[in-house]
Design a protein around this ligand. Structure first.
Ligand code: CP
Length: 313
């Protein structure tokens, strides 16, 4: 594992505010080791033996929940799965009461997804336990950004001086926000792009982040181009004329990728709306690292669990 760094070790991973570049780099470095573990015939280490981790998901997920649960089990933790849809939340039980009940089962850490921004922070408040934010409202999805950063670094050897263009529904995207916070801390530039109605101007105040409504300008010089899911439920909010209009201008396809760096890669956090924000050719083509992102997600989540629950300094 990477040597300990000097700044105070954060107790939670809610967003990147209290995380130094050194600690974030240590998480990426340790993910290299975790990938090696995942390549062994026996994909298991004892690092979290004796600990109980609760995945508390109040919103649906495929990638994040399965990879966190597998990551915890690969590290020998006991895993308690809480899915709100099949729980007494449907009878009106509050977040506070739910977390206070679950904490009685000697939970050592929570992994939380919730539709409300700030809910992961509340879970830490109600439980007193370390919390990893697995996506809260529009606010943050830090392990997604870490696995995105890791995938770019894996491709190019470093994030220093690289540019990542992120196209789509930036306004409602916790993935865009977390990447805009994380990547500049690691030396990369971020260009956020979408129709003006889906591109909040305040994000331009973040260091290393620029905004444009022009997709060709966005991808020019980009080493990685990420398409964001166009949240179809937003169509009723007056943000877009039509899906087709959006796709005609902002779809990440090979024609748009011709304006990026020659070896540029295509990313998508998933789930995808094929042939809306991303063409099937781009999603499945030689530039695509979308399934690599999924594979890397498990290693990053192992590394985050290790860093928060085992690492000492
Ligand atoms: N990228 C992401 O968060 O996917 P899931 O919703 O499937 O977890």
């Amino acid at each position: 594992m990477t040597a300990a760094t000097k700044t105070a070790r954060p107790r939670n991973l809610l967003d990147f505010q209290e995380w130094s570049p050194e600690r974030l780099t240590a998480i990426l470095d340790n993910a290299d080791t975790m990938l090696q573990v995942l390549d062994r015939p026996v994909k298991k280490v004892p690092a979290l033996q004796g600990l109980t981790i609760c995945t508390a998901f109040f919103e649906n997920s495929t990638r994040t929940r399965t990879s966190f649960e597998l990551a915890a089990r690969r590290m020998s933790a006991d895993v308690m799965t809480f899915a709100a849809g099949a729980s007494s939340v449907s009878k009106g039980e509050s977040l506070r009461d739910t977390i206070e009940v679950l904490t009685q089962y000697k939970v050592d850490a929570y992994i939380v997804r919730h539709h409300a921004s700030g809910a992961a922070h509340l879970v830490h408040q109600y439980s007193g336990k370390p919390v990893i934010n697995a996506g809260d409202g529009r606010r943050a999805h830090p392990t997604q950004a870490l696995l995105d950063a890791y995938t770019v670094r894996q491709e190019f050897g470093s994030l220093e001086g690289k540019t990542v263009a992120i196209l789509g529904d930036v306004r409602h995207s916790r993935v865009a926000r977390s990447n805009a916070e994380l990547l500049p801390k690691l030396g990369a530039k971020v260009v956020l792009c979408g129709p003006a109605t889906l591109l909040p101007a305040d994000l331009a105040a973040l260091p290393g982040v620029t905004l444009t409504t022009d997709p060709v300008e966005a991808v020019r010089g980009a080493h990685a181009v990420m398409a964001l899911r166009l949240q179809k439920e937003r169509m009723t909010g007056g943000y877009l004329g039509s899906l087709q209009e959006y796709a005609d201008t902002y779809q990440v396809d090979e024609a748009l990728m011709q304006h990026a760096e020659s070896g540029a890669i295509v990313l998508h956090p998933g789930p995808m709306n094929r042939d809306v924000e991303i063409s099937t050719d781009a999603a499945d083509g030689p530039r695509s690292r979308i399934l690599k992102q999924v594979e890397n997600g498990q290693a990053i989540r192992m590394s985050v669990l290790y860093h928060l629950l085992v690492g000492r300094d």
